[in-house]
Design a protein. Structure first.
Length: 139
């Protein structure tokens, strides 16, 4: 299997996982078009974009932890973390808007599937991130 075939299989695995975990819910709430566009974006991500996204995610998580330890969701460290989060989002969901970012922050805080990801990083991380995103998007 060549690198292109490996990437295509990897992208299809991500799409399949996305459909299993969120497909029915997204299609019910936002329509087929929203889910199909998400899947299309995943299919179109280059290997280089994916690697850049993984690096950006690691940078964001480190920055979020530093911001959490600083304790100020409206502070400079939190702002930097949210900027990195935005950059990560724009790789996988290029239709960025502050409203979209805020909605994700709220979802991270209230939906257990997402809460566990940020609370695994640091207890209370999901709520802190939501508050930080709200402050970031208000600037």
């Amino acid at each position: 299997m060549n690198d292109n075939e490996k990437h295509n299989n990897f992208a299809q695995d991500l799409i399949d996982q996305n459909e299993r975990e969120f497909g029915a819910e997204v299609r019910q709430k936002y329509g087929d078009k929203a889910m199909d566009e998400s899947n299309s974006r995943i299919a179109g991500i280059t290997p280089e974009e994916y690697v850049r996204g993984e690096i950006k995610l690691a940078e964001f998580e480190a920055a979020l932890l530093a911001a959490f330890n600083d304790g100020d969701p409206a502070g400079e460290l939190a702002h930097q973390a949210c900027e990195l989060h935005k950059q990560w989002l724009c790789i996988f969901a290029p239709r960025y808007s502050p409203e979209y970012h805020r909605a994700l922050g709220e979802m991270y805080a209230v939906d257990e599937r997402f809460r566990k990801n940020y609370n695994k990083l640091v207890g209370g991380g999901a709520e802190f991130l939501r508050d930080a995103i709200n402050a970031y998007c208000s600037v």
